[in-house]
Ligand binder design. Structure first.
Ligand SMILES: NC(=O)c1ccc[n+]([C@@H]2O[C@H](COP(=O)([O-])OP(=O)(O)OC[C@H]3O[C@@H](n4cnc5c(N)ncnc54)[C@H](O)[C@@H]3O)[C@@H](O)[C@H]2O)c1
Ligand SMILES: [Zn+2]
Length: 368
């Protein structure tokens, strides 16, 4: 269980063999990042690149750079345009080349300061830069604090699809400063709750007591983020490279959700919004095929609604396009659909009982 002391950041350790790392969660971590970075054994150089995006840079880059400077770290700032389009090979190359021109070498380290886009991009750049340098993740969105900054999945998109190029590259340290979430726009705040509600659904029913109440979530933000990090960490510890099936449980709601995200044309829905719809469909399939109690299913859907997340598919998103993208999803291994279902709140499993016909019906039922 995470260590929590009043007034202190909480600390969760991701216990990976040979290279455990700490995730600190709390307010006011940004100005302490230099000191915390200096405490990491894997960091052996005082030269770094802070990678961020054009929205986050004016808000938080100076605090991070100043703290690093104070700790004796010479850091160069690399800013990419905000938005999913920056998760590309072109931008990865540009970031790496800026790092080379700034004189970083194989002993240097990278700091990813921003949401999941920056985390995935900078993490990937760190994975390939001079065959791999340490990466510190400083996530600044709900999604990145509760999900993407922990676990080591990094990568970029191609026109053929999302996250198709990438590497496993675990961070050496994660600093989730919950104070940074104060500047997050409402829509981005809300979408993060799709992943939080997903975590509660697959792994910790008691988390839903807190997560389903938007006012409590704001008041007890550090606790909320810490509990989510602990869930993600436990899953990653059990199945670091998604081979045993445990990590696949994190895909709950994502099969149909990804189809909706692509069918809407990226930009129509935020990831969490598409996942909200995917969760609604997966909850219905769980009631139908896995014995999930109707009240528990209803409670999950109500929790999504409490954050203004969509639970009905808008008319202008064609179901056929959703089905088409789902057929191309990498999880459709050799025609066999491995679909995550819930048997009850807090307990998920991978099922092979979901036929393409049932999946299609579930997508169509999202119309309302
Ligand atoms: N690696 C993983 O395991 C994993 C898991 C989930 C999602 N992801 C990836 O994460 C990405 C989505 O991440 P995201 O939702 O954080 O999106 P994002 O990084 O695009 O951030 C959302 C928006 O908020 C802005 N922003 C970030 N922090 C801010 C702050 N504190 N104040 C004000 N504005 C801020 C950003 O500039 C951006 O415009 C996707 O590319 C997805 O594939 C990866
Ligand atoms: Zn997701």
């Amino acid at each position: 269980m995470p260590t929590v002391r009043p007034g202190q950041p909480a600390q969760v350790t991701v216990e990976l063999e040979n290279r455990p790392y700490s995730v600190f969660v709390g307010e006011g971590l940004l100005p302490r990042c230099g000191e915390l970075v200096r405490g990491v054994a894997a960091i052996r150089s005082r030269k770094a690149a802070v990678v961020t995006d054009s929205n986050v840079a004016p808000l938080y880059a100076e605090t991070v750079l100043a703290s690093l400077r104070e700790a004796g770290v010479e850091a160069t700032l690399v800013t990419v345009p905000a938005g999913e389009a920056s998760k590309s090979m072109e931008e990865t190359t540009r970031v790496c080349r800026e790092m080379l021109r700034a004189g970083l070498d194989r002993k240097s380290f990278a700091v990813a300061l921003g949401g999941g886009v920056v985390g995935d991009l900078a993490g990937f750049a760190a994975a390939i830069f001079q065959r791999g340098i340490p990466c510190v993740q400083i996530p600044t969105t709900v999604v990145s604090q509760v999900d993407s900054s922990v676990g080591g999945k990094t990568g970029v998109n191609t026109p053929e699809g999302k996250n198709l190029l990438g590497a496993f590259h675990q961070p050496v340290l994660v600093l989730a400063d919950t104070g940074t979430l104060a500047t997050l726009p409402d829509r981005e705040w809300n979408e993060g709750f799709a992943e939080i509600i997903k975590h509660a659904a697959i792994r910790d029913a008691s988390l839903l007591d807190l997560a389903e109440d938007p006012a409590a979530s704001r008041e007890r933000l550090a606790e909320l983020v810490t509990r989510n990090v602990a869930i993600k960490a436990a899953v990653v510890e059990e199945d670091e490279r998604e081979t045993s099936g445990v990590r696949a449980l994190l895909n709950f709601g994502h099969t149909i959700g990804h189809g909706i995200e692509a069918a809407g044309g990226y930009g129509r829905f935020l990831h969490g919004e598409a996942i909200s719809l995917g969760l609604v469909a997966a909850v219905r399939l769980s009631c139908e095929l896995a014995g999930l109690a109707q009240e528990e299913g209803d409670r999950l859907v109500a929790a999504l609604k409490a954050y203004g997340l969509p639970t009905r598919l808008p008319e202008d998103v064609p179901v056929d396009a959703i089905l088409e993208t789902m057929r191309r999803d990498k999880k459709f291994e050799e025609g066999q659909i491995r679909f995550v279902l819930l048997e009850r709140l807090g307990s998920a499993f991978v099922s092979e009982a979901v036929t393409p016909e049932r999946l299609e019906a579930a997508a169509r039922e999202l119309r309302g």
